[in-house]
Structures are given as C-alpha cells and as structure tokens.
Design a protein around this ligand. Structure first.
Ligand code: CP
Ligand code: NVA
Length: 299
C-alpha cells in the first residue's frame, strides 16, 4: 500500500522516532561531505499554491543530494491554475514521478490528491497542519535536549496549522503541550480533544510558559489571512514571546519558530536573535528531516 504523509498521525510513534534518528545521521553525513544516493533517479513533483522559501529549497536540495531530482510546479504555469481537476492531476502526475509534495490551502485537497495518487503524497503545509515542520522541530529538540517524552512545551499565539501539528506531535511523542491563545483563536476542537490530557488551554501566555522546556510561536496572520493582519495585531497584542516571557520558562528552555518571523509582533528581536537561538538549526533541519522522510516513503 502507498504510504502518504498528510499529517503526523500517518506515522507511528516508532516511525517518527526512527525518522528523527535517520535525519540526524543524514545531517552528519552531509556535514562530512559524504555522498548518500539512496534516491538515485527518483523524481519529486512539488505543487506550491502558496509561497515558500524553506520548504521548496529543502525538498529540492534534498532530492538532488540523494541522487534524484525535484520539479517545482506552480498553479500559474500548470493546468491546475486553469481548473484541471485535482483528481486528474493526481492520476497523471503519479504516473510520471515517484512522489508528490503539495502546499495548498484546503487540507481536503491533499487528501483528495492522495486518494487518486499511485505514489506517496507529502503535505508541505495546508491551512490545517504543517507536519514537515514538526519533523525538523522535533529533530532540533532531540539534538539540543534529548528525547522530548515527558517534557513540556508552550505554544503561544494562534491556534493555527503549526499549533495543530504540535498537538499531534504531543500525542505521538508523549509530551505535554500548554497552549495560550487569545479568545476566538483556539485550535480546532476535534484535534485538541483527540489529544486528551496531553494538552492544556490557557489565556495567559505567562502562565502557559511557566517551567516549560520549549516555547514556540508563529506568525499572527498566516498565508491567506493577510487582510486580517490589523485585526489580528490587536487580538494578539499580549501574546508576544519576549525575554520576560522566556524567564518564566525553564532556564534551559529553547525557543522555536518555523519562520518567516515578524520581529516585534509574535516574537521580540532579542529572543529570536539571541546568540544561542536554535531557530537556524531548526530551519536547517527541514533539509535533513525531509531527506529522511523521502527515504522512508520511497525506499
Ligand atoms: N517554515 C516554512 O515552512 O517556511 P517556508 O514557508 O519558507 O517554506
Ligand atoms: N502558519 C504559517 C506557517 C508558515 C510556514 C502559515 O500558514 O502561513
């Protein structure tokens, strides 16, 4: 059966941990200049209906490094933008390439694509979840602090796609997640409920951050919500991750952000730009974690 990666729940907890382990190996090999060509002659098709820097470059570089190739497809210059059905696109592309990555708005679209695809489909972000980012974030935590099982993470800000993926990661890797969102911006009730007592909701970000091992945030207005920017700046004004908030957390607490970041909005510059900030490792790990994911799905 074809395996897809549409949410973190498509992996078992053991598979998730094995991916992190392989990602760390691949990173070491890459840093030593060793060639790993486990995906020789394999082709990844990448459909982007939203902007991207990290996702595009990490998948494209990753495929090349593993001996394969990646193809960037935008709706503007494919028939998708002219209304060719997603089902037909899935049937055709999956007869030509070995794997398809999609970044789009509606999550239902990647599900429909996967239903009609003969090859593995990877979710490169939807309005609902961003599972690839969590592979990199978890790799980063493991590298700096060891296994995350039994630790506590604070999510500060919007109950958005990244927040949903943190909720799923808490289920998979068995950590506690404190979520602080302003009223009206809570995560999806079903996703939250499925995590049971692994997640706790807060209104006060300071309270949510108390004693935690990792503080995470994301932009206040995600892609597709640009016209809500002003409204959201007001709603989220008490939710900036500041150095004061970081002092509530454990002394050893890490700060993460999937990027791109808006300094002075969801995060203060001195937090993200701190000398020991791990956000650049986190961004780099997109490459290694997704190489491990591609190997897992394609070999
Ligand atoms: N974090 C992330 O997915 O970045 P891009 O939007 O640049 O791909
Ligand atoms: N929540 C953000 C993440 C970007 C990587 C968005 O969807 O725009």
């Amino acid at each position: 059966m074809t395996r897809h990666f549409l949410t973190l729940l498509d992996l078992s907890p053991d598979e998730f941990r094995a991916l992190i382990k392989r990602a760390r190996e691949l990173k070491q090999l890459q840093h030593q200049g060793r060639i790993v060509d486990t995906l020789k002659h394999k082709v990844l098709g990448m459909i982007f209906e939203k902007s991207s820097t990290r996702t595009r470059v990490s998948f494209e570089a990753g495929m090349t490094q593993l001996g394969g190739a990646a193809m960037f497809l935008s709706p503007n210059d494919t028939q998708l933008g002219r209304g060719e059905p997603i089902e037909d696109t899935a049937r055709v592309l999956s007869r030509m390439v070995d794997c398809v990555m999609i970044r789009t708005f509606e999550h239902e679209k990647v599900e429909r694509f996967a239903e009609y695809s003969r090859v593995p489909v990877i979710n490169g972000l939807t309005d609902l979840v961003h599972p690839c980012q969590l592979l990199a974030d978890m790799q980063t935590f493991f590298e700096h602090r060891g296994d995350i099982q039994g630790r506590t993470v604070a999510w500060i800000g919007d109950g958005n796609n990244m927040c949903h993926s943190y909720i799923n990661a808490a289920r998979q890797l068995d950590f506690q997640l404190n979520i602080a969102c302003p009223e009206g911006y809570d995560p999806d009730a079903d996703i939250l409920a499925a995590a049971g007592d692994r997640c706790m909701m807060f209104r006060d970000p300071m309270e949510a951050a108390r004693g935690v091992d990792l503080v995470v945030t994301d932009v206040w207005a995600s892609m597709g919500q640009e016209e809500e920017q002003k409204l959201r700046e007001q709603a989220f004004s008490g939710y900036q991750v500041t150095s004061e908030l970081m002092t509530q957390a454990d002394e050893q607490a890490l700060f993460m952000h999937c990027l791109p970041a808006h300094r002075g909005e969801e995060v203060a510059a001195d937090v993200i730009d701190a000398a020991d900030s791990v956000v650049w490792d986190e961004a780099e790990n997109r490459l290694h974690a997704q190489k491990a994911l591609l190997e897992f799905l394609l070999t």
